[in-house]
Design a protein around this ligand. Sequence first.
Ligand SMILES: Cc1cc2nc3c(=O)[nH]c(=O)nc-3n(C[C@H](O)[C@H](O)[C@H](O)COP(=O)(O)OP(=O)(O)OC[C@H]3O[C@@H](n4cnc5c(N)ncnc54)[C@H](O)[C@@H]3O)c2cc1C
Length: 327
Amino acid sequence: MILVGDRRLGEASPAAAGMLAPSVERASGPAHDFAIAARDLFPEYLELLETETGVAVSLNRRGVLQVAVTESGVKGLRKAALPSTEWLDRNELTRLEPVLSHALGAVLNPNDGCVDNIAMLAALERLVASSDRVPRVEGWVTKVSRHGNDQRVLLGSGEALYAARVVLAPGAWGSSIDGAAWLRFVTPSRGQLVAYESIGLRHVAYGPRGYLVPRGGATIAGSTMESVGFDAATTPDGVAKVNSAAEEICPAISAARVSSAWAGLRPVTPDMLPLLGPDPANPGLLYACGHSRNGILLGPLTGEVIASLVAGEPAGHDLSQFRPDRF
Ligand SMILES: Cc1cc2nc3c(=O)[nH]c(=O)nc-3n(C[C@H](O)[C@H](O)[C@H](O)COP(=O)(O)OP(=O)(O)OC[C@H]3O[C@@H](n4cnc5c(N)ncnc54)[C@H](O)[C@@H]3O)c2cc1C
């Protein structure tokens, strides 16, 4: 196995908020079942990662709150709530999260939560660096093509690599790779995030226009969804929108110090579901990309199913909604 990749400003994985919220960012059918299975894989996955690397990654499974700040918000949330959720009235919510005491109530989605994706990436980097079975090649892939029974991967430097199978995971930049037809449906969507000093929030909280995520000594607020190509810079307007959505969820955040702001490029598809599985026209080429708003959540299970497919084994999950050629 060879890992080929290059760094780009705006990579989504380190920029993400780390929410594991399949009950809120809800898909339908087998895609929803896949997302729930992905969430429930995290405890075992992070334990294995810690055993292999010594890096402990914090996982929060306290549940995700959807906060109502108006009477119509209360009605809407109660109407859409799943049977597995719990409605918290104002007093119950205040007991659970004193910083949300201004809200009228909230839906609690049990078992959803968040992961420290920065720590998770550090653990994965360490795992790859310590393995002599996974050599790394720094380079920008420009083209993939069939070469007899193998696949040929051409780099910008002119170097070519050969393999029986190639897994494509180029984030938002896939459309620049020649020879992988379905990558043209993955486009960049910029998201801006703002980190505040912690306001003491313990649960992920969604509001009408954004969300708050507790991470270590910070509370992270997000996010915008902007079609601005590959521009990964923050803007005063974007940061102002995130601030305003955060204050709607928790007015007290206006007094908290902002420690940083950043942006990342989500690899989005027209239906916001990933492309997973072999290219029907070239089965040696496997897609593992286009995870849109949920790539941190879906990442570990994606790795598991793609590894099975590469080994010629069944995926173990219904991937029909993720067919790369569905558009
Ligand atoms: C602001 C924001 C908030 C988010 N919040 C969440 C969240 O709370 N929960 C969640 O589950 N998801 C979230 N996401 C989505 C999630 O981050 C993405 O779906 C996921 O990280 C995508 O991972 P990826 O590996 O496909 O892409 P990336 O992390 O962008 O990585 C792609 C890599 O491929 C490299 N590359 C690309 N093209 C080539 C090439 N031709 N040759 C060589 N290398 C190449 C790039 O340089 C990069 O290193 C968020 C995203 C953003 C931007």
